[in-house]
Design a protein around this ligand. Structure first.
Ligand code: F6P
Length: 191
């Protein structure tokens, strides 16, 4: 059986104030998760564990206490919201109401001005998903939109539903290949 693990980064300072994108550090709660995650992995004692993160501060900080080889991959960065980076959804509504309406109409294909869409994210994830096929015990620490796409792929979720998949913070997701089917289990850290 092949097992691969996924987690969003711990809560960031931007999560607390509802800003999208950016490169904010972890919040105090997010740092607690980084410790809880490392402790949990220590108890699992997975042979030849590797950690892959995005290139953003919040995923690197989430991985910082884990004793395992680490790689930082830009393919795992959060969906880039271009001109809308670091805004709250309220600010988006005030400054870019048309963009938000277009996004509501087709969240899967909607591309932020100078930024990316979910479809763009799926495309840049292809090499990572291909590489993961031959890996075992890799923990990927990434972001909400990216992990929606990853879970959508493994669990064969219809494309239009992928931008709405629930991927909670502070939760470790284990994806296992049993025969030809991927199954998912989650462990929520009590934070
Ligand atoms: O709010 C956290 C976050 O990861 C943002 O950085 C990102 O833009 C957003 O989630 C993606 O979620 P949605 O596509 O629902 O806006």
């Amino acid at each position: 059986q092949q097992n691969i693990y996924f987690s969003r980064h711990g809560e960031s300072e931007f999560n607390v104030i509802g800003r999208i994108g950016g490169d904010a550090p972890l919040s105090p709660r997010g740092r607690v998760y980084a410790h809880a995650l490392a402790n949990h992995l220590r108890t699992l004692n997975l042979p030849a564990l590797q950690v892959w993160t995005s290139t953003l501060k919040r995923t690197k900080a989430t991985a910082a206490n884990i004793h395992a080889p680490q790689q930082h991959l830009s393919e795992l960065d959060e969906v880039f919201s271009g001109d809308c980076e670091s805004l709250t959804y309220e600010e988006l509504q005030e400054r870019f109401p048309r963009e938000l309406a277009l996004r509501d109409r087709d969240k899967l294909k909607y591309r932020y001005p100078q930024g990316e869409s979910y479809v763009d994210v799926m495309q840049r994830l292809v090499p990572i998903l291909t590489q993961l096929e031959s890996e075992n015990n890799v923990l990927t620490i990434s972001h909400q939109a990216v992990l929606r796409c990853v879970l959508g792929y493994y669990l064969e979720i219809p494309a239009e539903e992928i931008p709405y998949v629930h991927v909670p913070l502070h939760t470790i997701i284990k994806v296992s290949l049993k025969g030809y089917k991927y199954t998912m289990e989650t462990v929520k850290m009590p934070i």
